[in-house]
Design a protein around this ligand. Structure first.
Ligand code: ATP
Ligand code: MG
Length: 234
């Protein structure tokens, strides 16, 4: 069963004359371990679609299914819990808490997880992730003392802390130079493969999509190419 399925998703912001149809009848599915690039110009609906796929935003039409569970059928508390357990987000800006160190930024999220796995295990997991992402010697730094790429990697580590089955990543390379951007993307691809996570990564940049197992293109809220599900060739 695919990790993530969207059936006929549309999203309209506002009403009447000022309404914007940001996403227009999108159908797609993503398997575990797949790394999907979501490309399209500014305003094409990428962030809106990503937010819907991750259960942060309820579409005005259509349905999202995550790990076999229909999001529309859930009460708000159950949706929040499912999201906390199954979904990781990395936003366009890193969104780290400025007065907490890299490690504390991970631990604070862990402490909010339902079915709290316990402080000790979270600390271990945070340390291991920071280590894997090449941040072992940066864990006690504040975000202001990290490079932009390091901050983005902390944000990725934080998103993986709950061991999610899907990871939604919005423009992780927007503020990075090409080499740093490629590093972050390669790292995401590696994490998807190793942890068998379904990753959807929004980007403007075709070069960054090269690491993806498949790319989808959005234009004015619509997928512009047929997007057959391909078995990952790894
Ligand atoms: N909260 C909102 N209220 C009204 N319109 C919105 C809202 N958020 C986005 N839009 C509109 O919906 C459309 C899609 O926006 P979205 O942010 O999804 O695009 P995007 O592809 O992520 O763009 P970018 O690459 O600039 O981040 C745009 O026309 C935008 O102006
Ligand atoms: Mg966006």
């Amino acid at each position: 069963m695919p990790s993530l399925q969207a059936q006929g998703i549309s999203h309209r912001y506002g009403a009447g004359d000022t309404a914007v149809l940001a996403v227009d009848e999108v159908t797609l599915s993503v398997e575990s371990g797949e790394f999907v690039g979501l490309l399209g110009p500014s305003g094409s609906g990428k962030t809106t679609l990503l937010s819907i796929l991750g259960g942060l935003l309820t579409p005005t039409a259509g349905e999202v299914t995550l790990g076999g569970v229909r999001l529309a059928g859930l009460r708000p508390a159950a949706l929040t819990e499912l999201r906390a357990r199954e979904v990781g987000f990395v936003f366009q800006t890193h969104n780290l808490v400025p007065y907490l160190t890299a490690r504390e930024n991970l631990e604070v999220v862990g402490s909010l997880l339902s079915g709290n796995p316990g402080r000790r295990r979270l600390q271990e997991r945070a340390g291991k992730l920071l280590d894997e992402l090449g941040l072992a010697d940066r864990e006690h730094h504040l975000p202001s003392a990290l490079s932009v790429g390091e901050r983005q990697r902390v944000a990725v580590a934080r998103a993986l802390l709950n061991d999610p089955s899907v990871l939604m990543v919005d423009e992780p390379t927007a503020s990075l130079d090409t080499a740093r951007g490629e590093e972050v993307v390669a790292m995401l691809a590696e994490q998807a493969r190793r942890r068998d996570v379904a990753v959807v990564m929004v980007t403007h940049d075709e070069r960054m999509a090269a690491a993806a197992t498949r790319s989808l293109h959005l234009l004015d809220g619509r997928l512009t190419e047929p997007s057959p599900r391909v078995a990952s060739d790894r």
